[in-house]
Design a binder for this molecule. Structure first.
Ligand code: SF4
Ligand code: SF4
Length: 178
């Protein structure tokens, strides 16, 4: 049985997005270490899937890591425009390079800009001057779920890539070196 919780979400209005990518810059800057020290859209947890010829711009946030890809063969027609299935998918999957930290290849995930002190609105929403992204908090009944943090998601992907024994050996070698 679920319980009532405040659910945070970002509503996307495709008709308003013009592909400026300010959201990508704001996200990568907010998550840089130290905060705001660099801008690199390749590190953003929101990416704008762009098809300029067909005037299609889809801001999509990183969601779950998955070690298997889907067949990705569906096409969605919205207001006369054809979008591929990948345009709406936030999964970090093996068949594309979106949402992988460029240096390590580890998965990135949108954390809704959770921080201490908290921000009034997620940074991508603040950066979007066209209101293609709007922030909402709504009360909903939700099922209990195990929430993985960034470290757990990264470790899970490393286990999938190298196997748990190789990782355990690497940790043992690192701890010997101090
Ligand atoms: S900032 Fe807004 S308009 Fe610009 S790409 Fe992002 S969602 Fe689209
Ligand atoms: S909510 Fe925050 S972490 Fe998520 S995509 Fe927007 S700026 Fe990035």
């Amino acid at each position: 049985m679920g319980e009532k919780k405040i659910v945070k979400r970002i509503r996307v209005n495709l008709d308003r997005c013009n592909g400026c990518r300010a959201c990508e810059m704001a996200c990568s800057s907010f998550h840089a270490r130290p905060k705001y020290s660099s801008i690199n859209p390749a590190r953003s947890r929101i990416r704008v899937v762009t098809d300029e010829i067909n005037d299609e711009y889809v801001p999509i946030r990183a969601t779950d890591y998955t070690k298997a890809g889907c067949d990705g063969r569906r096409v969605y027609t919205i207001n006369g425009k054809d979008y591929s299935e990948c345009s709406f998918c936030g999964s970090v999957c093996p068949t594309r390079n979106l949402f992988k930290e460029p240096d390590s290849g580890l998965p990135l995930k949108c954390d809704l800009c959770e921080s201490d002190p908290p921000v009034d609105e997620p940074l991508c929403v603040q950066a979007c001057s066209l209101d293609a992204l709007t922030y909402e908090e709504v009360e909903e009944e939700v099922q209990d779920e195990v929430k993985l943090g960034g470290v757990e998601i990264g470790l899970k992907s490393l286990v999938d890539r190298y196997g748990i024994q190789e990782l355990a050996d690497a940790f043992a070698r690192m701890s010997q070196k101090g």
